[in-house]
Design a protein around this ligand. Structure first.
Ligand code: ATP
Ligand code: MG
Length: 749
């Protein structure tokens, strides 16, 4: 067996070798309640990838068991994503709803075996009766119903005789099980809602824990691969199949780590909020971490597959640097796409000693790339260069055009500056220049002029006007929560960029390297020959690594495949107890996992929790911020205490500060060990929630942006995000995002 294989492939190979399975059938089972994101890409690559590697098959199955959240547009988006990534689901797409009749029969069978009963407690009571990690649960008095009563009630549930929530069907397992998931899990609930495929045929819907294992079984799945948060559901998965006696050639569940990427939110629910709130233009906004967003932005499927391959498959959750994904697309395009000249912020240059017109033959690809092709670059007396490629008073180390320094025009001649023309405000409007006839690129340069760089340019009369959209990260925070961490400057639209004509007339490709600017993609929706629009895919270098170099070192993206291999040791008893307790406290499973597995972290967390009863917010800070510090030092070396963290979280809880400001305060605590309250007071960081303080700022922004106001009122609701962002920026992040959102909405009605 190949040792470098990931642990899932090892399992598959063992199962084939031992004869347990003759064919490998996997499935990708998304819920059609949003567009798939890059995390789903990982799951798609694993499920379809493994099936392909072992000549098996992967089913695409829509897990459509929650009618209120699901939509056919999401079904289509999921199909698009799988197809675009290059995978094939075969004849047809499967739907859990296709099995509703069969699932109903299985449920009846369980009832007949007295292994399931209709419970009539309400949601709150059910939770209460479940007990806690340290205390066993109690069974509901309704669990004593006879089989006949249960059959009757379940049938009447199906017939629609009861309201939502009036009854549920539960498995009779064990109300004192250590794994709290086994305490009589819910199998069916009542939902009077239209379903995307079955309409109003059903008003009871199976729960994930019941539907998933049986759908896997019915499709003949051999390996059911899911993410870690389902680890504790595996026992129910097995219970259902075993109890129903579906034991021959049955599927088995294995869990792998969920993908998390910094500066990215990865949850359909949170992404939906951005779409609904107008912070982005839609699910396919090029800033979205959705497959549709990456596609629209110009990412290639290959680059995403490479990324998924590089991050590997592991049994422990970890955070991947977004720079690694950017590295993959850059690396993919580097040798694939033509290099052309585009000027984003044009400055006119008149070459006074040039009167003619010529077309320069310029290759699209550099010499070391095995692709060929060239175009004609028109050259004339009037050209445009990038405004910041000229400086009148340059700092040391500036290698481009200055009054005293010549520069090469890429593929063409060397020019030098003769005169700088300015308007009445002192802005430079034009450069009068001179060219050196003997300096032409590609022929022997006998001009004797030395230059230190070559810059992009376009000929004034032949250049085409294009719109260029520059994207920056959608979130400013490494671990963004959502709307409040939005980067207000994530989109910059340049209306009047100029590009060499061949890009538009010859269209040698859809993706380009604009030399010295980055990689760009002809927007697949907005682009027309009359009004070309280009999206920036990625910069040429990792500009964020540079920007943040002074503050925090960004880990280098890894070019080589990193296989974080093997299974992480299972949790010991103590860790498991903590994990379950944390789930009870409503932490999400990743956070619970992080805390439970690390003794120092859980101790720290417990201490903070004993001071302040705010489990979720405390856990978030401890599992992210505190955990990061503890990677570099011992608990005894920390300058801050659990008590101070509790104090910090208290300020978040009572809305004194926003989450975003809390992170700033935390950085200060790390450095100085000062009390958070003091830091907040000394720095004036108190969150501004008073509308009377926010309104004047908002009104000024409204007054200064009449165009955007008009567009908003004309129906362009995505500008809501623009106004919110501007206010948050003006308040240096102190504006209470909720209040700001509301005020903007009201003010612009
Ligand atoms: P979200 O929280 O974004 O809605 P989900 O887990 O609810 O995600 P599903 O539609 O149920 O989304 O997911 C389909 C499959 O994709 C599941 O098997 C799930 O485990 C997997 N998946 C979802 N998110 C990730 C991720 N970040 N990394 C790896 N796999 C993921
Ligand atoms: Mg979900």
């Amino acid at each position: 067996m190949n040792e470098s294989k990931d642990f899932l492939r090892k399992i598959v190979e063992e199962d084939l070798a031992s004869g347990k399975n003759r064919e490998i059938i996997t499935r990708f089972p998304p819920e059609p309640n949003g567009f798939p994101h890059i995390g789903h890409a990982k799951s798609i690559c694993i499920n379809f990838g493994i099936a392909n590697d072992y000549q098996g098959h992967c089913n695409l199955r829509m897990d459509d068991t929650n009618p209120t959240k699901e939509d056919t547009q999401f079904v289509e988006a999921l199909k698009d994503a799988v197809e675009w990534l290059g995978f094939n689901w075969g004849e047809s797409v499967y739907f859990t709803s296709d099995y509703f009749p069969k699932l109903y029969e299985y449920a009846v069978e369980l009832i007949k075996m007295d292994k399931a009963y209709v419970d009539s407690l309400d949601e709150e009571e059910i939770r209460e009766y479940r007990g806690t990690v340290t205390e066993a649960g109690r069974r509901s008095k309704y669990a004593n119903r006879t089989v006949e009563e249960n059959l009757d009630l379940f049938e009447r549930m199906k017939k629609g005789e009861f309201k939502d929530g009036e009854h549920v069907l539960r498995a009779r397992i064990d109300m004192s099980a250590d794994n709290m998931q086994l305490r009589d899990p819910l199998l069916y609930r009542i939902r009077h809602a239209d379903h995307i495929r079955t309409g109003d045929e059903w008003c009871i819907y199976p729960m994930y824990d019941f539907a998933h294992c049986l759908s896997d079984y019915l499709e003949g799945i051999s390996h059911s691969l899911c993410t870690l948060e389902f680890e504790n559901n595996r026992d129910i998965y097995n219970w259902v199949l075993n109890t129903l006696g579906l034991t021959s050639s049955r599927p088995y569940q294995y869990e792998f780590a969920r993908l998390g990427i910094n500066y990215t939110v990865m949850s359909k629910r949170k992404l939906l909020e951005l779409v609904k709130g107008g912070q982005v233009s839609g699910w396919d906004d090029p800033r979205m971490p959705t497959i549709a967003g990456y596609k629209r932005r110009g990412y290639t499927p290959e680059s995403i597959l490479t990324f998924c391959d590089q991050i590997g498959i592991a049994k422990a959750n970890s955070m991947v640097d977004v720079a690694q994904l950017e590295f993959c697309i850059r690396d993919d395009l580097n040798t694939k796409v033509p290099r052309v000249l585009c000027v984003l912020d044009p400055l006119k240059v008149t070459i006074e000693n040039y009167d003619g017109f010529e077309e320069i033959d310029a290759p699209y690809y550099p010499h070391d790339v095995p692709k060929e092709g060239s175009r004609k670059l028109p050259f004339s007396r009037e050209i445009y260069i990038e405004r910041d490629d000229f400086m009148e008073n340059p700092p040391k180390g500036y290698f481009r055009l200055t009054p005293n320094q010549a520069v090469r025009l890429r593929h063409a001649y060397i020019i030098s500056c003769k005169e700088v023309i300015k308007d009445s405000n002192g802005n430079i409007t034009e450069i009068k220049a001179e060219y050196y006839p003997n300096s032409k690129s590609g022929s022997e340069d006998t001009s004797g002029i030395k230059v230190k760089s070559a810059i992009q340019w376009v000929s004034a009369t032949e250049a085409k006007k294009v719109e260029v959209r520059l994207y920056d990260r959608l979130f400013v925070n490494e671990a963004p929560e959502g709307i409040e961490d939005i980067n207000p400057d994530s989109l910059q639209v340049i209306k009047n960029a100029l590009i060499e004509p061949a890009v538009i007339t010859e269209k040698p490709d859809e993706r380009f390297q604009f030399e010295r600017q980055g990689y760009f993609y002809a927007d697949p929706i907005l682009y027309t020959d009359e009004k070309p629009v280009f999206n920036k895919i990625v910069s040429l270098k990792d500009s964020w690594a540079k920007k943040s170099e002074t503050s925090k070192p960004t880990p280098k993206p890894q070019a080589k495949k990193v296989q974080i291999d093997g299974e992480v040791v299972a949790m010991n008893e103590a860790q498991k107890v903590l994990f379950d307790k944390y789930l009870e406290l409503r932490l999400n499973s990743e956070v619970a996992n992080t805390l439970a597995r690390d003794e120092h972290l859980s101790k720290f967390y417990e201490e903070a929790l004993s001071i302040l009863n705010s489990p979720v917010n405390l856990a978030n800070i401890v599992s992210n911020e505190v955990a990061r510090e503890l990677k570099q030092m011992e608990v005894s070396e920390l300058k801050f205490s659990a008590k101070q963290i509790a104090e910090l979280v208290k300020m978040i809880d009572n809305a004194t500060i926003s989450n975003k400001i809390a992170k700033q305060v935390f950085e200060e605590m790390v450095k100085t060990g000062e009390n958070p309250t003091q830091i907040v007071e000394a720095k004036g960081l108190v969150q501004i929630s008073d509308p009377a303080k926010i309104l004047p700022i908002l009104d000024e922004i409204i007054a200064n942006n009449p165009d955007n106001v008009a567009k908003f009122k004309a129906g362009n609701t995505k500008l809501l995000g623009f106004f919110v962002g501007q206010v948050l920026k003006a308040t240096k992040g102190k504006g209470n995002p909720k209040v700001v959102n509301e005020l903007v909405g009201k003010r612009l009605q």
